[in-house]
Write a protein that binds this ligand. Sequence first.
Ligand SMILES: [Zn+2]
Length: 327
Amino acid sequence: MLPQHSNYKKYEKSLYQERSGYFGERALDYPLKKIQFPHFVTHHTRLEVNHVNFQMDTNLWTPRYNLIIEAKDYTGHISLRDGFNQIVQQKEVAGQKVTNVYDDPVLQVEEQKLQLELWLETQGLPVLPIETLVVMTNPRVILNATQNSIYQEKVIPLSKLSSKLREINQHYNHEHLTLAETRRLASFVASQHQPWKPDVFHRLGLGPGEIRRGVRCPSCRTLPMKWERLRFECSECGLRSADAYIGALKEFFLLYGDQITNRQFRWWTGVESPRTANAMLKRAKLIKVGDNKKTFYRLSYDYENDFNDFTTNKKPAGKFKKHAGIF
Ligand SMILES: [Zn+2]
């Protein structure tokens, strides 16, 4: 896709936002382990209600209430202003001030609450009081919220999570469920997790004509690189690479799903020779399915681990939990 295109920005931003959630989610592990009251935790659960998917980073299930925690790994100065329904991030990148605007995470988590209530109701499950919280997990973030606003109450730095959890816990005295019932509820929710599928076109309202094809330079991100003398060459920075097409395969996967044919590969990357295309697909270690004219290759990427080079924030050490579950 074309970096200058406004939709590209939108696409990149949306990827950044989702990934920022993953980084953040992981940072919650430690404070959640220290909780003293009985509870169960589910991570990264994506549920479907009325044909619409919604995803929650982290849920705390207790006999008295449920808590949805949305984790964000944003850096820089974060401003949360009443009435704007967005957050503004200001940070320095390579000595330059950059301003980004993201969706309001409080609005996001409140929306998740409504959807979870609806989902629980639809499933005939007990609907306990649901609390919501946004946790900024990056220790370098500077939070700035309107005084006495919902943001001051709902958006907290990671360091305050433990005390905030104790505070919320004290609010609820009535046990709606036994501990065994709570465990069954959390376990059922985790079992209903729907794997992520690419739906970038749908989510961003992109038309197929708005996407630019080609292999992007892994170094300066210029698009497209030129296929010359068995290498992709960047006209901007001069980088030559035989493997640069791997990124193009990942972009294809995000946009079109998990299958690609030789013809589609050539259309997408600009490589003209079917034989060369075959060799590349083989070298990418993709699983070949079918034979002759109906051959396609299976693209199998891990959304959480294989797209680190797509966004600017760095991945912390350690493995992500792949599926929703109770820990
Ligand atoms: Zn380049």
